[in-house]
Design a protein around this ligand. Structure first.
Ligand code: BDR
Ligand code: CA
Length: 335
């Protein structure tokens, strides 16, 4: 478990506002080990404007006692054109919530006048790095554009950050958006490479572990029946389209919980087996753009290319699922 002797760890979540991002945000809000200072938002699954709205929607449902600041960041990748995942997460990036009606045909998720902070995400990241220094962990759940932009603006300040726990990459397994690449790295490979070579300690939670933790649709429905809370209803609703994608394309009715796993591994590093490697991200490949390439040769070039990433290669799912259940479903009095 995280060392709590100095109180909860200051965290910034950087997210692209999708379905599994929503679950990860709720977990982080409910984790007593974490002190969620701010949520910075980036374009990825959906445009940044909608992604920020989705984050605010999640907060309006989870109702934390002290809601974190939500700040919008980059609208597009550093170099490449935007590329979204609306076909997987739904047209709004959050399972098309406007479809759901309650008794009397009233909208279950009516449009809310939600606006993010006027502060820019990059300023929020740099300010947090200055304030919390090495005690700060940034957990990234989307393309790394915001983090890379903050590094490009002021590398020295960002190098004070204790660690970045990143959901991204696929080291020993195939990609998900292409044969070679995981979605977050594929969308902004240039940003991912900036982060990998930044010198900031990086823990990589990629598809190597995410694909070992499938959440069955049945578990979501069982939980809703057992505890029909607003959060359980929201999880059942927002995951409907996302889970149908896996049913139709990957042969199981459920979904991977990529982003929640990054939060889980942040809370309890012992969940994952890791290896320190030198890792680069392909930014120019014809077939391999966004591929995360780790040097796992027996005879590595440790002097020229020292390890820059701690990559998660295996996960103890028997320990992860109870944590997921506790932090996601319980109607907690979150802090
Ligand atoms: C990642 O891609 C996104 O669509 C998910 O939210 C997750 O962060 C998985 O490849
Ligand atoms: Ca995400």
């Amino acid at each position: 478990m995280s060392d709590m002797s100095n109180g909860p760890i200051p965290i910034i979540l950087d997210t692209d506002g999708g379905v599994d991002d929503a679950m990860a945000i709720i977990m982080a809000l409910n984790a007593p080990q974490l002190d969620l200072k701010a949520i910075t938002v980036v374009a990825g699954n959906i445009e940044v404007e909608q992604a920020a709205y989705n984050v605010l929607r999640v907060l309006s449902i989870a109702q934390p006692n002290s809601p974190p600041l939500v700040a919008k960041g980059c609208e597009r990748p550093l170099v490449r054109p935007p590329f979204n995942a609306a076909g997987i997460h739904g047209a709004d990036g959050l399972g098309e919530l406007h479809r759901f009606k309650d008794a009397g045909d009233t909208a279950r998720y009516p449009h809310l006048p939600l606006t993010p902070s006027s502060q820019n995400a990059i300023d929020v990241l740099l300010e947090a790095a200055r304030t919390y220094g090495e005690t700060l962990t940034i957990i990234t759940l989307g393309p790394l554009t915001n983090i890379a932009t903050a590094i490009q603006r002021d590398a020295e300040t960002m190098q004070r950050v204790g660690q970045i726990v990143t959901m991204g990459g696929a080291v020993t397994v195939p990609g998900n958006i292409s044969a070679a690449a995981e979605f977050n790295f594929f969308v902004d490979p240039d940003a991912a490479q900036v982060v990998m070579e930044s010198g900031i300690p990086v823990v990589l939670v990629g598809l190597d572990v995410a694909m070992k933790a499938p959440l069955p649709r049945q578990a979501v429905e069982d939980n809703l029946r057992r505890q029909p809370t607003q959060v359980a209803q929201f999880i059942a609703d927002c995951t409907e389209i996302y889970m149908a994608f896996y049913r139709d394309n990957e042969g199981f009715h459920g979904c991977y919980v990529h982003d929640p796993l990054a939060v889980g591994i942040m809370i309890d590093r012992g969940l994952a087996q890791t290896e320190r490697v030198h890792l680069v991200v392909e930014t120019e490949g014809r077939f391999t753009t966004g591929m995360s390439l780790a040097d796992r040769r027996d005879r590595r070039d440790e002097a020229g290319n020292p390890p820059n990433v701690e990559v998660c290669l295996d996960v103890d799912t028997e320990r992860f699922w109870p944590m997921f259940d506790e932090l996601l479903w319980q109607p907690l009095g979150n802090h």
